[in-house]
Design a protein around this ligand. Structure first.
Ligand SMILES: C=C(O[C@@H]1C=C(C(=O)O)C=C[C@H]1O)C(=O)O
Length: 491
């Protein structure tokens, strides 16, 4: 018997020869521009840093998150955002050639300006194909301007977008790979190319994410960071402030931790979330050894040219395995004055925030019931035609935080939230997503989430507190929301 001795390549050749030549030419051009820029006016924003990238089509079956999870080196930054039910829409990135970070009230503005400058100067293909194909900046923002200062959130700056080394964007069967480098005046284009090629050689063409351990050994412990009575007490105090006329609504959250006998596996958790919540935005942001991930039903904003879309999501009830009971729960939610009121506060504020930037803003006259595996919500889709060239990150700045996660009026809620909750929200309820070189992009609200740090997972869930909120019912609602993550994390 004769066996073929021809060695099969371990990985596909990600860039063919013409793509390599194009990349090489772009790297030369980027270094040339970086040198020219370094000698010119820094005050005009010319910094001597120029991005170069090339985008190619790759095999239809390529699974962006699976390739990234399988190829990630220890502590290499990564990002994934996927909505399986929306035609397999996915963006997954690996590495970082340039981090855009900021803190404080103008953090959205600071990273927007840096990104615009880099994107405008870049030597790259214009965005084309699936959303997110081409050069992007991906990452997220803390809930509060200085949020994430506590040690558990180390690595998660209040604003942190990365321009990745490698990114995959997919829609349907169309998958694109973008590879990027940052050229500075002292760089050698040949070395920049060699670094990219070396990283591409280490990419593994995985077609599935790892599975969760079906029979984990050892003890898992689920603990409230603070006793549940602390949360009920916070709800009581919030309703008192609302009745005193200080504010209409405030969202209060709590933290629950899962202590596992071994380190949580972010790739496997991401895989379980996308299987269990295919209609949600399933996201992951890896910084150092930590990963912040979740499956959220809430879009903060999608910007596509002059169109902006968002959704006002508020008002929640549980689901039932019995379809008749499930429908009944949904109908009761639609008829609940408390939930409709909570929802209307969010819709009104979003429309008001968008109006100064739009030719028109439309909100559906009535909310609809949106169902995900563990919970149902009231949702009002909202669309706007922009009258100003605001990009996705600037729009996130206009909208964040909506009263779905903050309160109304926010100036009052902003002071009350840390006082009553008593912990650092970090990136919980902040925007997570990406923007491209045109300013298009998508950001979701990071809910139903966990911060994975080795064997400990920090999970967060909150509810909107209004005048007639019942503390026990609100505590129960946090438990329903936590059911997105706890079964996946707790072995
Ligand atoms: C704050 C959270 O969820 C938000 C609050 C909701 C509510 O109070 O009904 C519903 C959806 C979300 O906008 C959370 O999941 O932690």
């Amino acid at each position: 018997m004769k066996f073929s001795t021809r060695a099969r390549p371990a990985s596909p050749e990600w860039l063919d020869r013409p793509a390599r030549e194009l990349l090489s030419a772009r790297l030369h051009e980027a270094v040339r521009r970086a040198r020219a820029g370094a000698g010119s006016d820094r005050a005009a924003g010319i910094t001597g840093e120029v991005l170069a990238a090339v985008t190619v089509r790759v095999a239809r079956g390529t699974d962006p998150a699976a390739v990234v999870a399988a190829s990630r080196q220890p502590d290499e930054p990564w990002f994934a955002l996927e909505q399986p039910d929306r035609d397999g829409t996915a963006l997954a990135t690996l590495g970082c050639v340039r981090a855009l970070e900021a803190r404080g009230a103008d953090r959205f503005d600071v990273v927007t300006r840096s990104w615009r400058r880099l994107a405008a100067d870049a030597v790259a293909d214009p965005p084309e194909g699936p959303a997110g194909a081409g050069l992007v900046a991906a990452g997220g923002f803390a809930f509060a301007p200085q949020g994430g200062g506590s040690p558990v959130w180390a690595g998660f700056a209040p604003a942190s977008l990365h321009v990745p080394r490698i990114s995959f964007a997919r829609r349907g069967g169309d998958v694109r790979l973008t590879v990027a480098a940052l050229a500075t005046p002292d760089d050698d284009p040949a070395q920049l190319l060699a670094a990219i090629e070396q990283r591409l050689e280490g990419l593994r063409a995985a077609s599935a994410l790892p599975l969760l351990d079906p029979a984990p050994a050892g003890r898992y412990e689920v603990v409230s960071a603070m006793p549940p009575e602390h949360y009920e007490g916070a709800v009581v105090r919030a309703t008192e402030r609302i009745k005193a006329g200080e504010l209409e609504k405030v969202v209060l959250a709590r933290e629950v931790q899962v202590h596992a006998p071994v380190a949580h596996d972010p790739g496997a958790v991401f895989g379980a979330l996308r299987d269990g919540f295919p209609g949600c935005f399933v996201y992951a942001v890896g910084r150092g050894a930590s990963t912040f991930l979740g499956a959220t039903p809430e879009l903060l904003v999608r910007r596509d040219g002059e169109r902006a879309s968002t959704v006002a999501l508020a008002g929640s009830t549980r689901r039932s395995a019995d379809p008749a009971v499930d429908d009944h729960l949904g109908e009761a939610l639609m008829r609940s004055d408390k939930d409709r009121g909570e929802q209307a506060i969010v819709t009104r504020r979003i429309a008001r925030a968008l109006r100064p930037h739009a030719l028109w803003v439309t909100a559906a006259p009535e909310p609809v019931v949106v169902r995900v595996a563990n919970i149902q919500h009231l949702a009002t889709p909202i669309r706007a035609q922009l009258s100003k060239p605001l990009g996705a990150i600037a729009l996130a700045d206009v909208l964040h935080p909506t009263p779905a996660v903050g309160g109304e009026p926010f100036a009052t809620a902003e002071r009350l939230i840390p006082q009553l909750e008593g912990f650092d929200r970090g990136w919980y309820a902040g925007p997570v997503g990406w923007t491209d070189a045109n300013g298009d992009g998508e950001l979701c609200v990071a809910l139903r989430c966990a911060l994975l740090r080795g064997p400990v997972a920090h999970c967060y869930a909150g509810v909107g507190v209004v005048r007639d909120s019942d503390p026990a019912a609100e505590l129960a609602e946090t438990e329903i929301k936590l059911q997105a993550l706890l079964p996946v994390l707790a072995g």
